[in-house]
Design a protein around this ligand. Structure first.
Ligand code: UDX
Length: 462
């Protein structure tokens, strides 16, 4: 929304949330989320044509276009638990929009929602609006930005997708939204589709991206077992222009608010329409991701003589990727839980993630993170310490696990780190970002994911 305000000075944008603390933060010098470049964009537009408010009903009533970006978490109970999307917040938003509307509006679906949500939402809107002159046009306009590069992605997107009804009214609504994007996006990059194609494209794009990572991660296990090097394999296959070089980095697992959730949604939709083989196919992308996290935990335990009980282990990085403080579905959660289950004493350092967030993540049950009311208080996590700096985390530690690819991890003084650790000193690089040869020269036992194993580690794995 801030990007629309920036690029379209004549359009007034009001960002609405019922959460007062959140809106107060948006109106303050410390925004509620960290995203490179966002602060500058907000400061340039705030008070000019960008406003943040809790007066939801008033501003919705005045709007011509309403973008709905409410949470669509994975259901934690009932039919489809663990897979289907919970549309409670979406339905609530639709009922509110209907009840306050006195003029016709275009409603734009921004949240990732399962295919055919627009149809259901339209019914809710129509049946709950008392004014028969008011009409609603529903569009699907999925967001493809990635965290950490959001401003760049929004300024120069590969494409903007607008789905609408295949009727004159539907096409007119698509054109209204397209005219907003036309302020800064070349016409050929705005793809117009029907509603269902737009919704399904978002799920499919995320599923395909995640599938690339799971495919590479599956091969990383084979590389370790056979002596091949996953970075060499990725480079070799990425030069095939049909495959392309992006998204082929082996890792301890993918995380983030979208990949797993969207795949599980796709799986659920396939099951609902009786396509169980298709459902199984996509589900295996998630299974492989879980396997990769578990494999990492087992590698740490077996390398350290099959016991990590009471051993201090430093965790470098908790965010799901670098340049963000976001921890949703971060692989660090499952890895830390796995190490904690075997009694390790974890000292976690992340440049951006706050202490209470780490503790909350390590006690919150799976899928509950996206339910605003479900946030537990961070108590009951005894054997973890949140380190204030990277040296605190490693002093007296037996091992370091690198779980996020933060650039600053590459620049540390590893000789000093080595000298402060218990020997043998282990490094498990779950992102392959460190200089492994240099670390070995210093004296570390290094596990580099998907690469030929250190002689020290040979035979240690089950
Ligand atoms: C993703 C999609 O990229 C974006 O288009 C969509 O709108 C939202 O979901 P995001 O979750 O912000 O964006 O991050 P992304 O950069 O896609 O990374 C997702 C996860 O995959 C991270 O945990 C990352 O570390 C991991 N990853 C990515 C790998 O493990 N290897 C890779 O090669 C690339």
């Amino acid at each position: 929304m801030a990007m629309i305000a920036l690029k379209c000075p004549e359009i007034e944008v009001v960002v609405l949330d019922i959460n007062e603390a959140r809106i107060a933060a948006w109106n303050s010098a410390k925004l509620p989320i960290y995203e490179p470049g966002l602060q500058e964009v907000v400061e340039q537009c705030r008070g000019r044509n960008l406003f943040f408010s809790t007066e939801v009903e008033k501003h919705v009533a005045e709007a011509d276009l309403v973008f709905v970006s409410v949470n669509t978490p994975t259901k934690t109970a009932g039919v489809g638990a663990g897979k289907a999307a919970d549309l409670t917040y979406w339905e609530g938003a639709a009922r509110m929009i209907a009840s306050v509307s006195k003029t016709s509006k275009i409603i734009v679906e921004k949240s990732t929602v399962p295919v055919k949500t627009a149809e259901a939402i339209e019914k809710v809107l129509k049946r709950n609006c008392s004014d028969s002159n008011v009409e609603f046009d529903i569009l699907s306009n999925p967001e493809f930005l990635a965290e950490g590069t959001a401003i760049e992605d929004l300024s120069k997107p590969d494409r903007v997708l607008i789905g609408g009804k295949d009727t004159d009214r539907g096409r007119r609504a698509i054109d209204v939204l397209a005219s907003v994007y036309a302020h800064w996006i070349p016409e050929e990059r705005v793809l117009k589709t029907n509603l269902w194609s737009a919704e399904l494209s978002k799920l499919t794009a995320n599923a395909m991206l995640a599938q690339r990572i799971s495919s590479v991660n599956s091969i990383s296990a084979l590389c370790e077992a056979t002596g091949a090097d996953i970075q060499q394999v990725s480079r070799a296959i990425g030069t095939d222009s049909r495959i392309g070089g992006k998204f082929l980095n082996a890792s301890v697992g993918f995380g983030g608010s979208c990949f797993q959730k969207d795949i599980l949604n796709l799986v659920y939709i396939c099951e609902s329409v009786g396509l169980s083989d298709v459902a199984k196919y996509w589900n295996s992308v998630v299974t492989m991701n879980d396997y990769q996290k578990q494999r990492f935990v087992e590698r740490v335990i077996s390398a350290m003589f099959n016991t990590i009980k009471k051993k201090k282990i430093a965790i470098y990085g908790f965010a799901f990727k670098k340049d963000t403080g976001d921890t949703r579905e971060t692989p660090a959660i499952d890895v830390c839980k796995g190490l904690m289950a075997d009694g390790a004493d974890l000292h976690i350092y992340d440049p951006k993630v706050e202490e209470k967030q780490v503790k909350r993540d390590l006690i919150t049950p799976k899928f509950e993170w996206d339910h605003p009311e479900a946030h537990a208080t961070p108590s009951g996590v005894e054997n973890i310490t949140i380190a204030k700096d990277p040296m605190d985390a490693v002093t007296g530690a037996h091992a370091i696990c690198v779980l996020t690819e933060w650039d600053e991890f590459k620049g540390y003084d590893y000789q000093k780190i080595y000298d402060s650790m218990v020997k043998p000193a282990f490094i498990f690089d779950g992102r392959n970002i460190l200089d492994h040869d240099k670390l070995r020269e210093i004296g570390f036992v290094v596990y580099s994911l998907g690469k030929p194993l250190d002689p020290f580690l040979h035979g240690s794995y089950n």
